[in-house]
Unconditional design. Structure first.
Length: 303
């Protein structure tokens, strides 16, 4: 059976940097491969723009013995070999993946197709990286290596639950024990494929906390401006100086109550902060506070 759904091959904006286009094309090729392999169907035909990358990808698969060398060049009728379907298959993406977001894209593919996912991070001192780079046939500028060292984000299993299957090794002094750890990592990942409905609870809680703090700060600043304007209006309407202090105390007490309700979520049952989409509960709180503040000041003005 063929997996129904949109083709993974989409046209990429031409203004993307070359390295970013290459990374996107690779992910598209990988998804096309996974979709066909998991479903046991033919490989998809790529868009014209992605054709060169797709052909390189197919050549690599043939070199690994995953595809028959005699298959046609059209999208249909691709022939899987026994090596691709009869035993565990490890797909290794050998790249720096210096931002966690880059690695998360691969994790999302694993989750989408209920596959295993793990990370092997090789930690290397900057000076060692520079020395190794200078020995390459086409070395990069030193400043590129230095910049990468500043940007790279190591796996953080405490912050990101999706990175729990990660192994960090010192690449400057590899030992035989490292091989055993790598094999153990692969075995653990293989035995625990990512579930499609798996949720990163810790990440969601962290995002909710950030969202709540940001919302409360936004509401507090706006309520302060409302109080300031309300006090000015009250003064312009000749509220007695002796009553201005009481008015200010009442408004500030009202503000504190509204902000506490906002932090506790008592009046925000229909306002939800999620990992990918933030609602705006501050708007409803500010509107309600504005109305209540008007009622309070009217008591003083209409005496």
């Amino acid at each position: 059976a063929w997996v129904r759904g949109p083709s993974p091959f989409r046209c990429l904006p031409p203004q993307l940097p070359r390295w970013k286009r290459s990374r996107r094309e690779l992910l598209q090729c990988l998804e096309g491969f996974l979709r066909a392999l998991v479903a046991g169907g033919p490989l998809p035909a790529p868009a014209a723009a992605a054709q060169p990358a797709w052909e390189r990808f197919l050549a690599s698969c043939r070199g690994q013995g995953l595809l028959s060398a005699a298959e046609g060049e059209a999208g249909a009728g691709r022939c899987w070999t026994e090596a691709a379907t009869s035993r565990p298959l490890y797909l290794i993406l050998d790249d720096n993946f210096y931002y966690q977001s880059m690695r998360y894209e691969v994790y999302q593919l694993a989750r989408k197709y209920s596959l295993s996912f793990c990370q092997l991070f090789l930690e290397c001192p900057l000076e060692c990286c520079l020395q190794r780079n200078r020995l390459r046939s086409h070395p990069l500028p030193d400043q590129t290596i230095c910049l990468m060292a500043k940007k790279i984000e190591m796996p953080d299993t405490k912050k990101n639950a999706w990175e729990r299957n990660s192994l960090i090794l010192k690449s400057s002094d590899c030992t035989s024990e490292d091989n055993e750890q790598i094999i153990s990592l692969l075995a653990t990942a293989l035995e625990n494929p990512v579930k499609q409905n798996e949720e990163n609870t810790e990440q969601k809680e962290a995002d909710r906390a950030i969202c709540a703090a940001s919302t409360a700060h936004q509401a507090d600043q706006t309520c302060r401006r409302i109080i300031s304007q309300t006090m000015k209006d009250a003064k312009d309407k000749n509220v007695l100086p002796s009553e201005m202090k009481s008015l200010a105390e009442e408004l500030n007490k009202l503000k504190a109550q509204f902000l506490e309700d906002l932090r506790q979520g008592n009046n925000l049952k229909n306002q939800i902060c999620t990992q990918n989409e933030y609602s705006d509960p501050a708007t409803s709180v500010i509107s309600s506070f504005q109305q209540e503040a008007t009622k309070v000041v009217n008591k003083y003005i209409l005496k």
